[in-house]
Design a protein around this ligand. Structure first.
Ligand code: ADP
Length: 497
């Protein structure tokens, strides 16, 4: 398809108010209300979207329950379930350009990035999970009850789908986060109510169309759009939801735990981070410097695992900090759909204000900006890629998640010091280590309290590699076999034979 044809498709997709997907039907919100979705590069309204509330969540949950207990999904063979999930991966790939454009317009990220990262990774995730549908196995357990002529026991476990799952996702990787959530739930045979972020619901809705096109039975995937308090909160609290899976801020994650208490539904959470990226003097400095810039500036710093605390061994501190700053200054900012854009706007006015207030706080407390330090331009939600130095460990910019293109760079002396400062955070999502000394790398990797440690690389993701947090970065893991386990209940069956 030509660029113009794709653009036309995207325009026609956003022209009419967007409806929600419940029971394989596209419906308006029960209140009749819609909310605006903005293009963050201009602040202009991109689309109107159905504003779901508790009533819509109730309808979606009952559709999901009916699909879970009904025959179509339950009796589908694992092989056929796997085929459907694989087909969804194919459909995503076939609609690569359109999905990448929608993502770029809605979220602000460069089209070129969405095209090589977000969309293909979403397709990959579904294909990886498709393979698992036929491999959800229990085990046989050799138990030690008396083995006599009259009595012997045979024990085994079954892994069963947990049931109806509520999934609440953020705006930083809208399509990919939907895939991370839906993939393992579908592979294990759960049914789902998905609530995309209010800032970026468009690719999830397009994915809903592809889900229907792939042939998933009615009610298996329901997508309710709406605000967090209005639609997310009733989903987290719903008494007929068996599990809630959430990705977003640590603050809202704690609210999810409270809301989930009523029926003790299972909870998994992928939350914030303030990840240390550690460069030793014996690293490949040129490569590590450029990678440290990518570790923070990729996706405009709007990654929960962004390398936002850059620790540099004292001898090379100035060289590396200046190097990252030089790269920051060269980054071309612009609308995601402009061909030469390297960094787009932040997702919303709210995020712009939040990031700028962190910048003000850091600079007023004595930090110095080697690059950036303020808003870029007057239109859209752009922030200059920023490198802060001369920070202190207790400053807000060092302790709190900024979720923008802002890195704090700090020197360190030795292994003992860096182990302690790297772990001096309430978070534990990810870390980076740069050294050519293999022993040092493994020793430090073992001592860092984080769910992912990258050595001589950063932001490497794969559908097979579990991702998630220690400490206040969350509960449970996304992707890989670990994620599947969290969508199942284990049943022990003990038979006297
Ligand atoms: P951010 O701060 O990055 O916008 P949030 O944690 O606020 O991230 O939002 C992530 C997701 O959580 C979004 O889909 C949002 O609508 C939803 N959400 C926000 N508040 C609540 C809430 N009280 N209950 C359930 N979901 C919520």
């Amino acid at each position: 398809m030509s660029q113009v044809e794709v653009l036309k498709e995207v325009q026609s997709f956003t022209e009419e108010p967007k409806k929600m997907l419940i029971n394989n039907e596209w419906v308006a919100a029960s209140s009749g209300e819609t909310f605006p979705v903005y293009n963050p590069a201009t602040g202009a309204i991109l689309a109107q979207v159905a504003s779901g509330n508790e009533q819509d969540i109730n309808m979606a949950v009952s559709a999901a329950r009916k699909a879970f207990t009904g025959n179509d999904w339950h009796s589908m063979t694992p092989s056929n379930r796997g085929k459907l999930i694989w087909r969804l991966g194919d459909l995503i790939e076939q609609n690569l350009d359109e999905l990448a454009q929608l993502e770029s317009l809605d979220n602000g990220k460069p089209f070129s990035v969405a095209r090589v990262a977000d969309v293909p990774l979403a397709a990959d995730l579904f294909r990886y999970m498709a393979g698992w549908a036929t491999k959800i196995e229990g085990s046989t357990i050799p138990i030690s009850t008396p083995n006599t002529a009259k009595s012997k026991h045979f024990a085994y476990t079954l892994r069963e789908p947990v049931g109806v799952v509520g999934q609440i996702i953020p705006w930083n990787f809208p399509l990919l986060m939907a895939a991370w959530k839906l993939g393992p739930a579908l592979a294990t045979g759960c049914t789902i109510v998905l609530k995309p972020a209010e800032q970026t619901p468009l690719t999830a809705l397009r994915l809903g169309e592809l889900i229907v096109e792939a042939g998933f039975p009615a009610g298996v995937v329901n997508i309710v759009t709406g605000y967090g308090e209005a639609a997310g909160a009733p989903l987290a609290a719903h008494p007929d939801v068996d599990k809630i899976a959430f990705t977003g801020s640590t603050e809202v994650g704690k609210k999810i735990i409270d809301a989930a208490k009523g029926n003790l539904k299972k909870v998994t959470l992928e939350l914030g981070g303030k990840s240390p990226n550690i460069i030793f003097g014996d690293a490949n400095i040129k490569y590590a410097t450029s990678a440290a810039a990518n570790a923070i500036f990729f996706n405009h710093g709007q990654c929960c695992c962004a390398g936002s605390r850059l620790y540099i061994e004292k001898d090379i501190f100035e060289q590396v900090a200046e190097g990252v700053a030089a790269r920051a200054k060269k980054i071309r900012l612009g609308a995601g759909m402009n061909q030469d854009t390297q960094m787009g706007p932040l997702v919303s006015d709210e995020q712009l204000n939040r990031v700028c207030s962190y910048l003000k706080s850091g600079l007023s407390e004595g930090a110095e900006a080697l690059a950036g330090g303020k808003r870029h331009g007057e239109q859209g939600y752009f922030v200059e890629p920023t490198v802060l130095v001369k920070t202190k460990a207790d400053m807000k910019v060092v302790q709190e998640e900024i979720f923008g293109p802002v890195v704090v760079a700090m020197p360190f002396d030795d292994m003992e010091e860096i182990t302690s400062v790297a772990n001096d955070t309430i978070y534990g999502l990810a870390a980076g280590i740069w050294t050519q000394d293999v022993s040092k790398a493994h020793r430090l990797a073992a001592r860092i309290k984080a769910g992912t440690v990258w050595v001589n690389c950063y932001n490497v993701f794969d559908a097979a590699m579990p991702f998630g947090g220690y400490k206040q970065s969350g509960w449970g893991r996304e992707m890989g076999e670990e994620a599947l386990k969290l969508y199942t209940e284990v049943k022990s069956v003990c038979v006297q034979i």
